[in-house]
Design a protein around this ligand. Structure first.
Ligand SMILES: Nc1nc2c(c(=O)[nH]1)N(C=O)[C@@H](CNc1ccc(C(=O)N[C@@H](CCC(=O)O)C(=O)O)cc1)CN2
Ligand SMILES: Nc1nc2c(ncn2[C@@H]2O[C@H](COP(=O)(O)OP(=O)(O)OP(=O)(O)O)[C@@H](O)[C@H]2O)c(=O)[nH]1
Length: 454
């Protein structure tokens, strides 16, 4: 079990310990915890405690009655941690929660470290590292959409993907070994070409996976969507309409520029930081002040740009926009109520869509929101595997770089053994991702971010 002893009985509140609430749960895990609990808990009635069946009774400490509680016992290995466990459900008062904990630490239990219950679950084979990270992700999720993504991921698609890739790498390496061992000469050109082809497929797969991290990050901090366009096209009006139309999420918005008015809303389950660039585009003076560079930076910093165009006096989109990738911006034709229907020309290609709206009548708003969601989730389209946190992102990014270098070096004519050593390094990284190598180091770093009692 390495330096992680799990013989200690650990105790921690699994619910907020500093706030008052109707109920609270104190969690206990470890060999002998049922005995400790027997010292403090007096169930009503004579029947003995049965595992997995909650019982009502009194919790006592040396001073007397602490609280009337519900106690559920679990018998290892059929528990969350895989050990004997107890859950004490008491009244949600910090004083009572603390008293229950103290009554147990006085008997020899110790306060659990953050994430230690889940760490034990990993060490006891109840879940793998990625599933444990998903538990934390679930607790941190801000929207239902995000929770769903994380839950789906925790069921193993990432592990399956990694295992498949590692298998491929091993096959390539076995192939290389075989030719190095038995062949008097180098691998022939055809075999090199095949290896290069496989490597390229692998590089692409990891690149796609790497990009999903951007999406997950945005799911946490919000997707930045910027409204731009000439003065008077209706930016502020559309901004206000979208904000009122959707439930506004009131949170702090770190990192948004002062010159921008912004508001966090939710569209189609995606958290969105809607920004009105009125402050920037207001007058030519301000554009001069801020400099073209600033606008460039802003356009590149946000996830999506809506170029608003007045239906009655359409203009050419800004040249800066045309330098962005196609999925990163689209045109919104405003004030449709002022023009004939025939002006509403929709383009065929979805990525070149021009969305007609009227903030006045509400026409086209649904389509606009749909288009925003489509654009923002393009990274995820057709992708069943994705990354949910920074640790995963860092590892996949390293693997991606290693494979890219391998492909480049191989193209430049380096030998197969060079390729093989890149693959070794990549497999080592992937082992860390799933927890096959260096588990304890990873556990240390990973679980320090968890909630107490989890
Ligand atoms: N009261 C309570 N609610 C909770 C949890 C908990 O631990 N306690 N959970 C904690 O995350 C979540 C539910 N997840 C759980 C996962 C596994 C087990 C568990 O005891 N598993 C055993 C026994 C399964 C069985 O009875 O068949 C096992 O896996 O062997 C319990 C809860 C959310 N709600
Ligand atoms: N008929 C009609 N008028 C609109 C619509 N949207 C905005 N307007 C009007 O257009 C004018 C400009 O709207 P704003 O929302 O202030 O435009 P803006 O782009 O934010 O303007 P600046 O703050 O100067 O950049 C106002 O008089 C609005 O009432 C619309 O959908 N239909």
């Amino acid at each position: 079990m390495g330096r992680y002893s799990d013989v200690d009985v650990i105790v921690a509140p699994a619910t907020p310990a500093q706030a008052k609430s109707a109920l609270a749960i104190v969690r206990v895990s470890g060999e002998g915890c049922l005995g400790l609990v027997a010292h403090c808990f007096r169930p009503k009635g004579k029947a003995p405690l049965k595992p997995w069946a909650p019982r009502y009774g009194d919790w006592m400490d040396v001073e007397g009655l602490v609280d009337d509680v519900m106690v559920t016992t679990f018998r290892g290995p059929r528990s969350y941690t895989g050990q004997d466990m107890v859950e004490i459900s008491c009244h949600g008062n910090p004083v009572l929660i603390q008293a229950i904990q103290t009554s147990l630490t006085n008997l020899g239990a110790r306060q659990a470290r953050p994430g230690e219950f889940t760490m034990r679950a990993v060490l006891n084979g109840k879940m793998d590292l990625l599933a444990a990270e998903a538990v934390n992700g679930l607790i941190e999720a801000n929207t239902r959409y995000q929770a769903d993504l994380i839950r789906r991921q925790s069921h193993g698609p990432l592990v399956t993907f990694i295992n498949e890739q590692v298998e491929q790498m091993l096959q390539m390496q076995a192939h290389i070994e075989a030719t190095i061992d038995y062949g008097e000469e180098d691998i022939d050109a055809l075999q090199r070409e095949q290896l290069a082809g496989k490597l390229k497929t692998m590089v692409d797969a990891f690149k796609r996976l790497e990009q999903t991290a951007r999406f997950s990050l945005a799911m946490k901090r919000g997707f930045k969507v910027l409204l731009t366009g000439e003065p008077n096209v209706g930016k502020s009006t559309l901004f206000n309409t979208l904000v009122r139309h959707e439930r506004a999420i009131v949170t702090e918005l770190p990192g948004t520029t002062r010159d921008l008015i912004s508001e966090q809303i939710e569209i189609g389950g995606l958290p969105i930081i809607l920004m009105d660039s009125a402050g920037i585009r207001d007058s030519n003076d301000r554009i001069e002040q801020l400099g073209i560079q600033k606008i460039y930076e802003l356009l590149h910093d946000v996830d999506l740009v809506l170029f608003l165009n007045d239906a009655a006096e359409p203009r050419e989109p800004y040249p800066q926009l045309k330098e962005l990738t196609q999925e990163k911006w689209f045109e919104v034709v405003t004030k449709q109520d002022l023009v004939e229907e025939s002006h509403v020309a929709e383009k065929d290609d979805q990525m070149k869509a021009r969305v007609p709206v009227s903030a006045l009548t509400g026409k086209g708003l649904r389509q606009l929101e749909q288009q925003i969601v489509i654009r923002l989730s393009t990274v995820m389209a057709g992708q069943s595997v994705y990354l949910i946190n920074q640790r995963q992102e860092e590892i996949i990014s390293t693997v991606s770089t290693l494979l890219k270098s391998a492909a480049d070096d191989f193209d430049m004519g380096f030998g197969e053994e060079v390729l093989s050593s890149y693959l070794n390094a990549a497999r080592q990284q992937l082992g860390e991702l799933t927890g096959e190598t260096d588990v304890e180091d990873i556990l240390d770093r990973m679980f320090s971010n968890f909630c107490l009692g989890k």
